[in-house]
Design a protein around this ligand. Structure first.
Ligand SMILES: Nc1ncnc2c1ncn2[C@@H]1O[C@H](COP(=O)(O)OP(=O)(O)O)[C@@H](O)[C@H]1O
Ligand SMILES: N[C@@H](CCC(=O)OP(=O)(O)O)C(=O)O
Length: 254
């Protein structure tokens, strides 16, 4: 049986469990779920968290522009983030690898072919690719949005079966329900058009793109014929429970 391919996007908020530190418990939770699902699913991860990983133990002298300080923090934090992934995944027999990509790579035919071929070799050899933006050379993510769009472009390039975006809400809530403070999840929707009117510009503590960038990501995925699920990464078992259909989340079908 061919395995289903899932692109899992994990934001800084999920990884820190909304604190100021990367949560080893959350990374363990993700590893446990992937280990449970590994006979039927193959995973490619897009993970943020490099800046958050550095911030927990370093404070940089602020001589450069704010964005350059963030880039430096990302350079310090990325290897620490990967070490935490590697240690926790290895405990469960899972192998990890790192790929750093930039948006401009997706506009270059050769670069796209190289990304696709490299990641396919990694996956075929059971190494889970863990992708982040190459923050040293590009500032798109840390300035404008989050890794949602990078995840969608990668999902389309690698022709995955499903894009799962983990955030800090039980999917997308209706605007009406948010107004009366009783959030109600939109469970299933075809396309992203109707979602535009449901979202606000609110963002979570570490968040940068808000729900808008998740809808843009889902639109990119939809054009590539890929379904997107928006799930609550703060909950334990958020992937397996979404697959079993027992958690509240939003499915954006194409
Ligand atoms: N309709 C909506 N339903 C749920 N969340 C919404 C909605 N509209 C705006 N948001 C905001 O989007 C946030 C998630 O995006 P973001 O803060 O960028 O998180 P992440 O770091 O996970 O990408 C939620 O915490 C919430 O504040
Ligand atoms: N690439 C950077 C920043 C990306 C970012 O802020 O993304 P997200 O946490 O998804 O809103 C990092 O790893 O810290």
């Amino acid at each position: 049986m061919t395995k289903k391919r899932i692109l899992l996007k994990i934001g800084s908020n999920t990884l820190t469990k909304e604190t100021n530190q990367i949560s080893r418990g959350k990374i363990e939770d993700i590893a446990r779920q992937i280990a449970t699902l590994k006979d039927d699913y193959e995973f490619i991860i897009v993970s943020s968290g490099a800046i958050a990983a550095a911030k927990q133990f370093v404070k940089l002298e602020h001589h450069g522009a704010e964005i350059n300080v963030k880039q430096a923090l990302a350079a310090i934090g990325q290897p620490h983030l990967m070490r935490i992934y590697q240690e926790n995944f290895r405990e469960l027999g899972l192998l990890t690898s790192q790929c750093l990509l930039s948006y401009s790579d997706f506009e270059n035919v050769d670069a796209k072919a190289n990304i696709k071929n490299t990641i396919n070799v990694l996956v075929a050899n059971n190494f889970i690719p863990i992708i982040n933006e190459n923050d040293t050379v590009a500032t798109d993510e840390i300035q404008f949005g989050d890794n949602d769009k990078l995840a969608a472009l990668t999902a389309a390039l690698l022709q995955v079966d499903l894009l799962v975006i983990a955030t800090n809400t039980d999917g997308i809530y209706t605007k009406e329900s948010l107004a009366v403070n009783t959030p109600k999840t939109i469970e299933s929707v075809i396309g992203t058009q109707s979602l535009q009117q449901e979202i606000s510009t609110l963002k979570s503590s570490h968040g940068t793109g808000g729900m808008q960038s998740k809808i843009e990501a889902a639109t990119i995925a939809q054009s590539a014929g890929i379904e997107t699920w928006i799930v609550n990464g703060l909950r334990d078992n958020f992937i397996t429970d979404a697959i079993k259909g027992i958690s509240k989340h939003t499915k954006i079908k194409h």
